[in-house]
Design a binder for this molecule. Structure first.
Ligand code: DGL
Length: 274
């Protein structure tokens, strides 16, 4: 009998840990491999071709490490690479492999949460300019108006451990003001980048109180649970020892130090080339 397989979670850096944490809280029994491409982060301002190539290499790595299912826990990768990977690359890996993104489940979860039908989207340049959220939301609720705001300084602040610093306040306020200047009727803001929950306290401080904030972690975790419930073949092929392995394309000590802060518990990490 073939050995059981694991779930891969990919992000350009640390951000996907905010998703992994929620997935493991909801589905602690499974085994996970987290891969952060910290050496090449940020992805947010890179071209379609580059994000696609980097993401494809990461997916390839995770499949070679016995993953059966890979979650792209990165909006930029989901926006720019998911479709091409599903259509062009997945068929070569065998019929049982799957790659899931995080934009569609987020869109499905949020459409009922706005009264004004005006949603604000905070994300990387890549995610905002791809129009992926507007497209998915339009399919589900054509009356909703989506206004995007790229926040190119936020990921570098998080990746460099400056999320809680005073310097971060300037850029948090700036992008929120820019968003609300474009559309004053927004009553729901989506943190459409997995790094942004690390800036949550500041974002909450500068957003008017009547505007609700959506974080993706619980949504993605719930949608993965639903997926596994609906796919017996996938569920029964996955091992259940409750472990998680952390891989980074950067220095392992640096990753372990920062990730332990994000996850609020110590972890070990291993360097990998992809
Ligand atoms: N965390 C990723 C996202 O959700 C992108 C970060 C980056 O720019 O690399 O979009």
């Amino acid at each position: 009998m073939a050995s059981k397989q694991v779930i891969g979670v990919f992000d350009s850096g640390y951000g996907g840990l905010t998703i992994l944490q929620e997935i493991r809280a909801l589905l602690p029994e499974y085994d996970y491999v987290y891969l952060g491409d910290n050496a090449r982060t940020p992805y947010g301002s890179r071209s379609f071709e580059v994000v696609y190539n980097f993401t494809r290499q990461a997916v390839d790595k995770l499949f070679s490490l016995n993953c059966r299912l890979v979650v792209l826990a990165c909006n930029t990768a989901s926006a720019k690479a998911l479709r091409s990977i599903q259509q062009c690359d997945l068929p070569h890996y065998g019929t049982e492999k799957r790659v899931l993104g995080i934009i569609r489940p987020t869109a499905e979860a949020i459409c009922s949460q706005t009264q004004t039908r005006h949603i604000g989207l905070l994300g990387t340049e890549g995610t905002v300019s791809s129009g992926s959220y507007s497209m998915e939301i339009r399919k589900l609720a054509p009356d909703i108006c989506v206004t995007g705001q790229a926040c190119p300084m936020w990921v570098p602040l998080v990746e460099n451990g400056e999320a809680a610093s005073e310097g971060a306040d300037y850029f948090v306020r700036k992008y929120i003001d820019d968003l609300l200047r474009k559309d004053a009727d927004i009553d729901l803001v989506v943190l459409a980048c997995t790094h942004y929950p690390l800036l949550y306290d500041k974002i909450r401080r500068y957003l008017p109180q009547h505007i609700n904030i959506v974080q993706q972690g619980p949504i993605v975790a719930e949608s993965l649970r639903d997926y596994l419930q609906r796919h017996d073949d996938m569920r029964s092929a996955l091992s259940q020892n409750g472990t998680c392995t952390y891989l980074t394309t950067e220095q392992s000590e640096k990753f372990a130090r920062s990730a332990s802060v994000f996850l609020q518990s110590p972890i070990d990490a291993t360097h990998t080339d992809i």
